[in-house]
Design a binder for this molecule. Structure first.
Ligand SMILES: [Zn+2]
Length: 596
């Protein structure tokens, strides 16, 4: 299936942005230059459609300038509907030609293109098209942008389904006939995927990206990358594995998880590797379905991963791994190979160091490295992970209070795992957490709560590559896939990580025979019998400099003091607000920032 994008002169404006979006989703696009004037448009399109399954983009402005007619000829509309599998009708400006297009292509059921005027109106996602609107189905949120394009769908019109409305008028509708689907897209102008955005909150761009993606996925279902089943976890930063930590008590946490159904990954500070209590360790062994740990820095000293010296980062990561190796020996608990940055600060070099140490991902609240301007190209947040650092994946997490229902839907729609972050103090009154978890489980019944490593390695995209091959875009360098179908399949996995640092690629612990390594991409292909699972991993070479860095006595004493002060704050001061603010002032004076 290809998307044909007609244009006059240079391909530009909304059509160019649509083409970029379609290519980002995996659709093969064919720009089609319409030369001046034609006397026989119908044979022209019949010939085009005969070349293979295709979806035609209809921009009324382009068609009008080509035909030089006052309205769309009805027989041309009938030709498009009968010859093309899909029609993507967009850039609907309130003018007579555009109205003639929507009337002709909807069999007279849509007309009256106008602009939404009310600044307080919301988007309402209908319950009628769950297969297309997915996790947004049934939601109402806003405000909608003033000036968005809307149209009238006749009440009870057969065959035309309104999907998104603004103040009672429709901004996305679909009509389905025997061999054709047509999407009518109003709403706001499409956004350029490469435009820098200051907010990583995708829902802020809802009408500029989500309805066109819904329409493209509906029209070209087999061509588009689609996300795997949604995965997620709650991440609690800093606690030790001891019965109580501040307001958090492991038994009460487990009871909450069992009652409301979620998983918790403790972001564990390796400095604390000798202090886990036997009782809590037993809980981790008894309930791996509910409890896991991942790395949270090494000492959790002031912004230790904002460091830019690769030798020092190498030494810090080696020490953290030694400590967690020792912790695993003592407790039998394996630490997820995912780094949650302490205090949310990291450098690009820290990402490179994590890759060299074969971590599978980093997790942070902000996508920006320390000192970097807060803006990034939009497409980075329209996929499971941000990959601005030589492909090493950065997964984004968010505080409970910052997850609105439309954010949950955006995450699931684009395949981003749902990673909630909190500290022990959320358990002083966990109602907001419980409300969010309940909302997620209600909106996303297929949600799979699991350890952080499983959540990130299962956040991938897939699509059919034809002839029984399933293509997979992986973001974490390690994972596993299962063939749940009852026929054998070929799996073709690709990563946007490559170059000379890729050392080996394993499938089921054996070197993969057919791995392909490029400068920026790596791929592998293997066979999966029905019901069979395979695991795979890329192993990176550690070429980081040996710094000869020594952790001296003064450094150790300071790290210890910081940890003990932080724990004193969480366990005692946090329960006494007046004391806490006095302590914070003292702390700033002597140690700089300890919190996080
Ligand atoms: Zn922390």
């Amino acid at each position: 299936m290809r998307l044909i994008v007609p244009h006059r002169g240079e391909l530009q404006g909304p059509d160019e942005r649509l083409l970029r979006l379609a290519e980002f989703l995996g659709i093969v696009c064919q720009p089609l230059a319409l030369s001046a004037g034609t006397s026989s448009p119908i044979p022209f399109f019949e010939k085009l459609a005969a070349e293979g399954d295709s979806c035609l983009v209809v921009n009324p402005g382009v068609i009008k300038s080509w035909l030089d007619a006052p309205g769309l000829p009805e027989d041309l509309g009938r030709c498009w509907i009968s010859r093309f599998c899909g029609l993507f009708v967009h850039n609907l400006l309130p003018d007579p030609f555009a109205e003639s297009v929507v009337r002709a292509l909807s069999g007279g059921r849509i007309d009256g293109i106008g602009l939404a005027e009310d600044k307080t109106s919301s988007y309402t996602i209908s319950a009628a098209g769950r297969g297309i609107t997915g996790p947004f189905t049934g939601l109402t949120f806003g405000p909608a942008h003033p000036g968005e394009r809307v149209f009238e769908v006749r009440n009870g019109a057969l065959g035309v389904v309104p999907l998104i409305s603004i103040a009672g008028r429709v901004s996305l509708a679909i009509s389905t006939r025997e061999t054709n689907r047509t999407c009518f897209l109003g709403g706001a102008d499409l956004v350029d995927l490469n435009s820098d955005v200051a907010s990583a909150q995708l829902a802020d761009y809802f009408s500029q990206i989500v309805p066109p993606v819904m329409a493209l996925r509906a029209l070209c279902p087999d061509a588009c990358w689609v996300p795997n089943r949604p995965h997620g976890t709650l991440i609690i930063d800093d606690p030790l594995l001891q019965k109580n930590y501040g307001f958090m008590n492991y038994e009460r946490l487990l009871a909450l998880m069992d009652q409301f159904n979620f998983h918790t990954t403790i972001a564990f500070i390796p400095h604390n590797y000798r202090r886990s209590s036997a009782g809590v360790v037993r809980m981790f062994h008894a309930r791996p379905d509910r409890l896991s740990i991942c790395y949270h820095g090494n000492d959790h000293s002031g912004a230790e991963f904002a460091e830019r010296n690769l030798g020092k980062l190498n030494a810090v990561l080696s020490l953290a791994e030694t400590r967690m190796g020792e912790h695993a020996m003592r407790t039998g608990i394996e630490c997820n190979r995912v780094m949650v940055f302490p205090q949310g600060e990291f450098s690009p070099e820290a990402m490179a160091a994590l890759q060299a140490h074969n971590f599978i991902a980093a997790v942070n609240t902000s996508p920006y490295a320390a000192g970097e301007a807060a803006c990034l190209p939009l497409f980075h947040v329209m996929q499971p992970a941000v990959q601005r650092f030589d492909g090493f994946p950065l997964f984004l997490r968010r505080y409970v209070r910052d997850f609105r229902p439309e954010d949950i839907a955006c995450h699931v729609f684009f395949g981003r795992s749902i990673l909630m972050v909190e500290h022990h103090d959320i358990f002083q009154d966990p109602r907001s957490l419980i409300d969010l978890v309940s909302r997620i489980n209600e909106l996303v019944p297929e949600m799979h709560w699991c350890p952080l490593q499983a959540a990130v390695s299962n956040s991938y995209l897939m699509r059919s590559a034809g002839e029984g091959v399933v293509a997979v875009r992986m973001f974490s360098p390690e994972g596993s896939l299962r063939n749940s179908a009852d026929t054998a399949t070929q799996v073709s996995i690709e990563w946007e990580q490559g170059g000379s640092l890729v050392d080996k690629l394993f499938v089921n612990d054996a070197p993969a025979a057919n791995a392909v390594r490029g400068d920026t991409r790596t791929s592998v292909r293997f066979h999966l019998a029905p019901g069979e699972s395979s695991k795979f991993r890329i192993v990176f070479r550690n070429d980081l400099p040996e710094s000869g860095y020594r952790f001296g006595r003064k450094w150790k004493a300071k790290a210890l003091l910081r940890r003990r002060l932080s724990e004193f704050r969480d366990n005692y001061l946090s329960k006494n607000p007046a004391l806490l603010s006095a302590a914070k002032a003292l702390q700033r004076r002597f140690l700089g920032k300890v919190a996080g």
